[in-house]
Design a protein around this ligand. Structure first.
Ligand code: GPU
Length: 831
């Protein structure tokens, strides 16, 4: 680090900054100092939030110490760097994870205990940044964790939404959305970098002129401009230095005050400022289905534009030429949300840095790699040519030019008109639109899916023409999860038991869990294993009682379905199952039913009619079942509101059964499935997404499989699917479906769930009725296994022991090796 100040430099590299080990006494002193000087409080008036903030600031100092040192080392090593571009991140609470990464959890707990402060209460105080919707955003955060731990020089770029994903509450059983104010109490984990700021332009027109040497010169005269300022959050790895998550906030450009003064029109200028800031106001709460929203496109371009300018700045700062960009950087596109980066990099290179088109295209196509996260046709991003052309006129021209050259290539290869129309970046059917997945594919050197099945379907269906054209461009990287957060931090009881048997190596080498296999037959170990689970269930039951008033008996089977609410994920199939059990009990036919607590959680997109109705259905069934004396100790149903990373960390460790019941071919991977199994839950699932690989790893005898597979689904649909015929032939199913409109669920109201009822009988696009019987029968088998605690415990232990593959460390290793060609550099921690 060039401080140009020898004294500061020597202080910085000297032990005077302290080593990496912190004693209990040092933590205590630092904490008290933060309380006084950091936030100006005396203990007698300090609130829990003050204590939390003081502790966060204490920990932050240590985080920054490591982060700054890793910056220095990465700069010296001069190795390849990775920019991860993602419109969403879901980091979860920082405090607990940072304590683990610094290895000071116990010292901190003791230091605080000596001050009569409970660490758990402070952990509880943190409001998490909800800067994502679900799986995709959480995956991005898992990947930053692993990149930091493995020592991959990288930056995670994104958007600093002022309001993240809404908070979910229930009103009479319906979802109600409440604005998320995660920044309300300030954010001790970030630091603003006012000197790292870039201008972003929108609208206007382009002019095609000539340079002095006669070459073409395009100038873009925008009609509005905003500034993006960097907000940095260091992300530590385990026992290693950190990387940064750099989020951009939109602000009015600096000339704002000046022009206001000149115009003498203060209010108009203020309005302009507010309009600028709108860009990063709020996260769009839709999951996998957004189109036509101008502000959303603005958000995408805004963060991509800032990030690319920053990358180019970093590259040039090291004295390099732009034509070597791809040698020094790989830029990973997290789905198509940042894919406007392809024409933007072209624009920067050609228009702003005077590079020839061919050379610029070579650089671009060797810099980007694209991860696809969905096959759902309605979720493949498209932007209308009209909207894109109005907002980003120069980019639209560049996209046309990229497409013109690409289609020429196809013509040279004698592609048919039909094939060309299919592969074109511009969809000419109906209103002209830009197919962002095609743009990302054409502009990248690698395209990957997120599970083996998903990657196969990507190659054989959604992008098959491209896979035929460029077979070696396609690959698979199966998702993984940050096992430190989702096991070590959130399930300390199990983590401790594991470490006692096999040591702590698994923290950085998850396949070590294999060592647990031999304890599956150890009576004492099995008992302790189930004891940990029971304690976790008691904890979750307490939490659920506080939040919902519903009391769960922790000895019940905890059968859990948590994830975004979406028809393809089939929460309503679970509801049909619950109703079948309820009706059996009412009809005196409930012998085979083990006492079960059904736990649901998840947000629905505010405009998604069916998903919201499914939430209402769940809460209505909960009301009915929980208040029926006849089934009281046999069945309980809860909808735990506001599922988030924080909630998730409570739920996974307490689950016995994990529901992964999407219709085969629809879930790209799933990552909740991994988090459950890692915490000893058994899975009931279809052959969808990563379920396939989980089953392969844990062994088919330790996985409850049901339902049609992808090929069978497709055959069924192609041959004409008639849900009514299935209904007609299955008496129990008839009873269950009829019950939806019987009025018994909602005080005689027969209409409220009719849309669900009609949809299932008339279309049933996700084949609930088709898979119903298979699901019911598999659940019967599960209830039987549950009645044999020894068998259950063995299966649970074997599941955990065989989950080694699903760490995000493994995924990132694969990205590094296969896509980025970057060597992890394990940075030495200064002692
Ligand atoms: N996913 Br596309 C999202 O959460 N949001 C999106 O906008 C898109 C995909 C999910 C997939 O549904 C899930 O199967 C996958 O595990 C996850 O991305 C991470 O790859």
């Amino acid at each position: 680090m060039k401080t140009q100040n020898k004294k500061i430099e020597s202080y910085f590299s000297h032990e005077s900054l302290g080593g990496i080990e912190l004693s209990k006494e040092e933590i205590k002193t630092a904490f008290l100092e933060k309380l006084f000087y950091g936030i100006g409080r005396i203990p007698s008036v300090a609130t829990t939030n003050d204590f939390y903030t003081a502790l966060a600031l204490t920990v932050r100092d240590q985080v920054f110490k490591r982060y700054v040192r890793s910056l220095e080392e990465y700069a010296e090593l001069d190795s390849r760097g990775i920019a991860y571009l993602s419109a969403e991140y879901l980091p979860g609470p920082h405090l607990g994870n940072n304590l683990l990464n610094l290895e000071i959890t116990e010292e901190t707990r003791e230091a605080l205990a000596e001050l009569d402060i409970d660490l758990e209460a402070l952990l509880e105080q943190e409001v998490e940044p909800g800067l994502g919707n679900g799986g995709l955003g959480r995956l991005a955060s898992c990947y930053l964790d692993s990149m930091a731990t493995l020592g991959i020089p990288s930056i995670g770029y994104g958007i600093r939404y002022e309001f993240g994903i809404f908070n979910q509450t229930l009103k009479e059983g319906w979802q109600a959305e409440v604005t998320d104010k995660w920044l309300h109490y300030g954010n001790p984990w970030e630091v603003v970098r006012p000197e790292i700021a870039f201008e972003v332009r929108f609208g206007g027109r382009t002019e095609h002129g000539k340079n002095e040497d006669g070459t073409l010169k395009v100038t873009w005269t925008p009609d509005s401009e905003v500034k993006g300022t960097a907000y940095d959050t260091p992300i530590l790895g385990y026992n290693s230095n950190g990387i940064v998550m750099r989020l951009w906030k939109a602000e009015a450009i600096d000339s704002f005050d000046f022009s206001a003064y000149n115009m003498g029109d203060y209010y108009r200028a203020v309005e302009k400022k507010m309009r600028s800031e709108n860009i990063t106001k709020v996260l769009y709460p839709n999951d996998e289905n957004l189109s036509g929203k101008e502000l959303r496109l603005k958000q995408q371009y805004f963060f991509v534009c800032c990030s690319l300018q920053d990358i180019i700045r970093l590259h040039l700062m090291q004295g390099r030429k732009l034509n070597t960009l791809s040698e020094k950087f790989s830029i990973q596109l997290n789905d198509t949300h940042p894919s406007i980066a392809v024409p933007e990099l072209m624009r920067l290179l050609v228009d702003e840095h005077d590079m020839e088109w061919e050379e610029a295209w070579h650089v671009t196509r060797h810099t980007f790699a694209y991860t696809n996260h969905t096959l759902l046709p309605e979720a493949l991003e498209k932007w209308s040519v009209h909207l894109l052309g109005r907002l980003l006129p120069r980019h639209m021209e560049i996209i046309y030019e990229i497409n013109r050259r690409f289609l020429n290539e196809l013509r040279e290869k004698h592609y048919t008109g039909e094939q060309i129309a299919r592969m074109s970046i511009i969809d000419e059917r109906g209103e002209q639109s830009v197919r962002m997945a095609h743009l990302a594919t054409v502009g990248s050197f690698k395209v990957n899916g997120v599970s083996r099945l998903h990657s196969r379907l990507l190659k054989s269906q959604v992008l098959n023409d491209f896979a035929d054209l460029w077979p070696s461009q396609f690959t698979n990287i199966t998702n993984g999860v940050a096992h430190r957060r989702f096991l070590a931090v959130s399930n300390p009881g199990l983590a401790e038991l594991i470490s006692e048997k096999i040591g702590k190596q698994w923290l950085t080498d998850l396949p070590q869990l294999k060592g647990l296999e031999k304890y599956a037959d150890d009576v004492d170990f099995r008992e302790r294993w189930m004891q940990v689970k029971l304690q976790n269930k008691i904890g979750l039951a307490r939490h659920i009682k506080e939040r919902t008033g519903v009391e769960l008996d922790p000895s019940m089977l905890f059968d859990v379905h948590v994830k975004r609410i979406h028809e393809y994920k089939r929460q309503h199939l679970k509801v049909l199952h619950i109703l079948s059990l309820y009706l059996r009990l009412k009809n005196g036919k409930g012998e085979g039913i083990s006492p079960t607590a059904f736990i649901f959680g998840g947000k629905a997109a505010p405009g998604y009619f069916m998903a919201k109705r499914i939430i209402k259905l769940i809460t209505s069934v909960a009301e009915l079942v929980n208040n029926d004396k006849e089934v009281q100790d046999r069945l309980k149903v809860v909808f735990l509101p506001n599922f988030s990373v924080k909630q998730a960390q409570r739920v996974y460790p307490a689950a016995d059964l994990s529901e992964q019941i999407s219709m085969a071919g629809k879930e790209a991977s799933g990552t909740g499935n991994m988090k459950f199994a890692l915490n000893g839950a058994l899975t009931i699932g279809t052959l969808d997404g990563a379920n396939v690989e989980i089953r392969e790893e844990v062994g088919e005898e330790n996985f409850f499989l049901f339902g049609l597979n992808t090929e069978e689904v497709q055959t069924k649909k192609a041959s004409g699917y008639h849900p009514y015929r299935i209904y007609d032939r299955n008496e129990e199913l008839q009873e269950v479906i009829d019950f939806l409109i019987s009025g018994e669920l909602e005080n005689g109201n027969t209409e409220i769930f009719r849309p669900v009822h009609d949809n299932l009988l008339q279309q049933d696009p996700y084949l609930l009725l088709e898979d119903y019987q298979s699901y019911i029968e598999k659940m019967e088998e599960i209830h039987e296994v549950w009645r044999s605690p020894v068998k259950w415990a063995k299966m649970s232990i074997l599941n955990v022991a065989r989950m080694g593959k699903f760490s995000s460390d493994r995924s990132i290793h694969e990205y590094a090796e296969e896509i980025w060609k970057v060597e992890p550099v394990k940075v030495q921690l200064s002692k």
